[in-house]
Design a protein around this ligand. Sequence first.
Ligand SMILES: C[S@@+](CC[C@H](N)C(=O)[O-])C[C@H]1O[C@@H](n2cnc3c(N)ncnc32)[C@H](O)[C@@H]1O
Length: 396
Amino acid sequence: MAFPSPPWDLAATCSLGFEETVAEELRALGVDNPVPRRGSVAFRGGLREICSANLSLRTAIRIFLPLAKGPAAGRRSLYELTAGISWENLIAPGATFAVAVVGRAPGLEHSGFSALVVKDAIVDRIRGHRGNRPDVDRRKPDVGVHVHLASGRATISLDATGEPLSHRGYRYSGGDAPLAETLAAGLLLLAGYDGSRPFLDPMCGSGTLAAEAALIASRTAPGLRRSFAFERWPFHDPAELDAARHQAARQRREPPQPIVASDLDGRAVARTRKNLERAGMTRYCRVFRRSVTALELPGPDTLIVTNPPYGERIGDTEQLRPLYKEIGDALKSRAAGATAWLLVGNRELAAIGLRASRRIRVFNGPIECRFLRFDLYEGSLKGEAGVGKERTEDEG
Ligand SMILES: C[S@@+](CC[C@H](N)C(=O)[O-])C[C@H]1O[C@@H](n2cnc3c(N)ncnc32)[C@H](O)[C@@H]1O
């Protein structure tokens, strides 16, 4: 099978709950008709779309170029599906490769075994064409091959991304339970943030939400400063990537509204400052040491997005209850006119004395969370639980 010319069927993977957000981002990049699936979005495109998706998508984790899909029930069918791909056009002479397998199928229960089957088929195919075999390099391969097994079928893809897009490269140290950068960006986009309102994270930890807010508000493509796996493909066109980088760089602007991050813990404040510096976002953000109880809005119509501690150990819930009450009280008494979104990983803690106007189910890694919206109207904030228009739409 010759390697087909573009446009190809491509896929952008993402955390569960963010498929529509990624589809919206793709539309904004000019991609027609992206199709959300479970944990990924399918779209059509060529090298240009692979470049712009990797550079600019904030919520996607990886971009894949699927090469073959077919039944996989045991070694033989997986081997044949793999051997039917023209690897001699995809792995240049002297280039290395690696195989990653996710999922299982009948007779292919162990990912290590499935990866070996795929590797053998690739090596045999290239040896048959060139007389010599390509080497495997698991750490930094020139070509990453991704195999997805589910329901007796396999999808074999090239990984266009390499290091996942969540690794923006700005985070020095995570601190306690940092959010993945892609998750932080996805939450901001779900909350409708586009930089046109003042932003506040009053419990900023390592500053991921503030850094992503600054990237969004300054229209900075999150991948501008990193490299991608597709740059080592034999059919990569550097001019295409240069053009995409220039186009992304031209979009940049000064954020029109303030971006503020604060935390009670001085070490968290120091981490946030360091991470913002590495992201090149320092001049767009103000960072303070401050308790959420002393919350101050940076301007009218502020958007608050925050991720309070939620603890995973027994007893954490009881210990954290007073903090959640304080958060509710601070929002009622100090945040009139704002919209607040809280990522809550422990549903028992979600009762903060305010009624959520929206609840969205999202996943923080394996933890099922609720992303709750509170509308803090002026003049109706005297501690009653009925603040905000009730719209108990649970989207999950
Ligand atoms: C789960 S972490 C936030 C992680 C952050 N989203 C990130 O990506 O790094 C919660 C943060 O809340 C802070 N915190 C706890 N109690 C606080 C309070 N009363 N006022 C302000 N911050 C507080 C903790 O110091 C911690 O940094």
